[in-house]
Design a binder for this molecule. Structure first.
Ligand code: UT7
Length: 344
């Protein structure tokens, strides 16, 4: 009886590997938006005791964009969402899920995602925010992927959008030079795949968090504690120390889950916080420097928006092409961290 069960199981497994189809969340479109107001390191030299040299050497940042007075996170997100829809050749009517990853929402509530939903003229489906700070986009891709591969939803707009300039203490040179505002969005569509790593779409996702690290990177306000918005506070050195090992851990998990290696990657598109973290992570895993997409020089750390901004840049300039293997990863406040391996 036992032998028979084992044979049946083997037969079932074989049938599954040979003939199985699997829903995949395929990236069908991408768009991004940066506020018009560009602020250079030289501009910051006039505001705080800093220098272009220090900022470039320690972070790789040269410029950041700052939202105009009255320009909210949902407005940036809406620009990016409309660009992604146009790129996908779709309209809001084709979408049934909107997730906005943000830690700088327009309001405590309603969610920024419902503001975007209204702004793009979508009156059906579901929209909600996801808060995982700089890891927000990786978390949002993961959540959207679960919705799509379950068959419950067909197409998702996944947006990372931030106005971190509103959370900064502009007298604190250790943080105010690092961050910027922006938004990026992708349209994910459920498509039939074969279950192999040759499929287009999200191949694997790996999320982690550890709430013991709260005081290393946080905002010192909130509705339930201070009844204020608060300012970003960071022990930069401590964050840096953890970042490389955390993001490389979850990339190793992604390689193991898909039986791939760094050599299989076409592009490495990391969270854009600091050039030194990016380079150290790539070096630790043996990812060739020419495969790294870096845009932190142009927009600083835009938290949840940074990965879709970098992806949109590399798609627009022709680097990322359909069929290529792309690794995204991020680490941020909480701490939260995660990776996703995607075949474009
Ligand atoms: O998205 C995830 C969240 N964040 C990150 O990934 C950021 C992680 N951390 C970092 O990127 C780096 O730790 C920083 C870029 C924030 C700082 O670099 P660092 O090499 O760790 O510098 P440090 O904090 O040790 O500061 C070195 C010196 C200090 O002066 P003393 O004490 O050595 O005299 C700072 O006061 O640099 C000084 N300093 C500055 N000098 C000029 C700090 N900020 C500035 C500044 N301009 N803006």
């Amino acid at each position: 009886m036992q032998a028979h069960d084992t044979r049946s199981a083997a037969k079932r497994t074989n049938t599954l590997t040979l003939g199985q189809t699997k829903l995949r969340s395929v990236i069908r479109g991408i768009g991004s938006y940066l506020p018009v107001n560009k602020v250079s390191n030289a501009d910051l030299e006039k505001m705080v005791d800093t220098s272009d040299d220090w900022i470039v050497q320690r972070t790789g940042i040269r410029n950041r964009h700052i939202a105009a007075e009255g320009e909210t996170t949902s407005m940036l997100a809406t620009h990016a969402a409309n660009a992604a829809l146009a790129n996908a050749g779709l309209t809001a009517q084709d979408i049934d899920l909107v997730i906005v990853a943000t830690s700088s929402p327009d309001y405590t509530f309603p969610s920024t995602a419902t503001q975007v939903q209204a702004a793009i003229g979508m009156h059906h489906g579901a929209a909600f925010d996801l808060q995982a700070v700089c890891s927000g986009f990786v978390y949002a891709i993961t959540v959207a992927d679960k919705f799509l591969i379950s068959g419950s939803h067909k197409r998702a707009l996944v947006i990372g959008a931030e106005t971190f300039s509103r959370l900064l203490d502009w007298n604190d040179r250790t943080t105010c030079v690092l961050f910027g505002d922006g938004a990026g969005a992708v349209v994910l569509e459920a498509q039939q795949g074969t279950g192999s790593v040759q499929d287009r779409g999200v191949l694997t996702t790996h999320l982690r968090s550890d709430g013991r690290h709260r005081e290393k990177l946080y905002v010192d306000g909130g509705p339930s504690s201070t009844k204020t918005v608060g300012h970003l506070r960071m022990q930069g050195k401590d964050v840096f120390r953890h970042a490389v090992s955390m993001v490389t851990d979850v990339m190793v998990d992604a390689f193991a889950a898909t039986n791939t290696t760094a050599a299989d990657l076409d592009w490495f598109v990391p969270h854009q916080a600091n050039r030194r973290i990016i380079d150290a992570s790539a070096e630790k895993l043996g990812i060739a420097p020419e495969k790294i997409v870096v845009t932190v020089d142009q927009h600083g750390n835009t938290s949840a928006a940074s990965i879709p901004l970098a992806l949109a840049t590399a798609v627009a300039d022709g680097r990322i092409k359909p069929g290529q293997l792309v690794m995204i990863e991020a680490m941020g406040g909480g701490f939260t961290w995660g990776s996703a391996l995607i075949r474009w």
